[in-house]
Design a protein around this ligand. Structure first.
Ligand code: UDP
Length: 229
């Protein structure tokens, strides 16, 4: 299910013929009705590029809040497993680096990136509330920067920007004071982690206090130095 606010249905062309695949154009902020049994719900709906959530600040908050509530209501009614795609942005402007899952973050509720940060922090919070109050089988993945096939050239994220700039012979744009660093993960690896998170038993996750995990690349890269090296 996707409202395609910042995606392309054509990205699914290689899947539509598959007998077990069905695409529903709908926003998770609207009522979700599914007749069939449901094993798992993976809630990935959100704008995730700074360019997009700046353009749709209210929608970004609504998806994180109402959208997550709708997804959890469905999960509960179907007795399904819930996997929430969260983000490294829950750490805000972190005062420690790298951040492990025990770090609570440093978020400005009215700052420039706040709509995404707070939407995902609320989403995590209500997912855990459903787990504690209604015993919903919840898992949360905090996704760090990810790249791969079919990203939009105009996504605004650093890798599509650099690739398009390099291909068109334009200078690479380095924002801010050049001190920023990021880690990058290829989408297939990210999905592998996601699948493992979904298929690991609740008992095993609880044994290692791993209901909430970071998922991303493990090499911290300087954005500035990556372009001059
Ligand atoms: N960035 C940059 N030039 C660009 C796009 C991004 O220097 O054309 C920097 C940006 O300041 C940030 C990093 O690259 O420090 C990653 O930005 P992106 O928007 O890809 O992801 P996010 O900030 O959400 O991690």
């Amino acid at each position: 299910m996707d409202n395609v606010i910042n995606g392309r249905v054509s990205n699914l062309n290689h899947r539509v013929a598959h007998i077990d695949f069905q695409f529903i154009r709908n926003s998770v902020t609207k009522h979700i009705s599914i007749e069939e049994e449901v094993d798992s719900i993976l809630h990935f709906a959100s704008t995730a590029s700074p360019k997009d959530y700046s353009s749709y600040p209210i929608h970004t908050l609504t998806v994180g809040a109402i959208g997550t509530l709708n997804a959890l209501r469905l999960v509960r009614s179907k007795n399904a497993c819930f996997c929430l795609a969260s983000t490294s942005e829950v750490y805000g402007s972190p005062l420690e680096s790298p951040q492990n899952e025990a770090y609570w973050g440093n978020v400005n509720p009215v700052g420039p990136r706040n709509v995404y940060d707070e939407a995902k922090r609320f989403a995590e919070s209500i997912a855990m509330a459903y787990m504690r109050e209604h015993e919903v089988n919840t898992r949360i993945i905090r996704i760090f920067n990810t790249y791969g096939l079919r990203m939009r050239p105009s996504d605004g994220k650093v890798l599509p920007n650099f690739i398009i700039q390099a291909l068109t012979g334009k200078p690479l744009t380095i924002y801010r004071d050049r001190s920023q660093t990021r880690s990058f993960c290829y989408v297939d690896d990210l999905l592998g982690g996601c699948y493992r998170m979904l298929t690991t038993s609740a008992a095993s996750l609880d044994l290692c206090s791993a209901r909430t995990i970071n998922l991303g690349g493990n090499e911290e890269i300087s954005i500035y130095h990556s372009h001059i090296e």
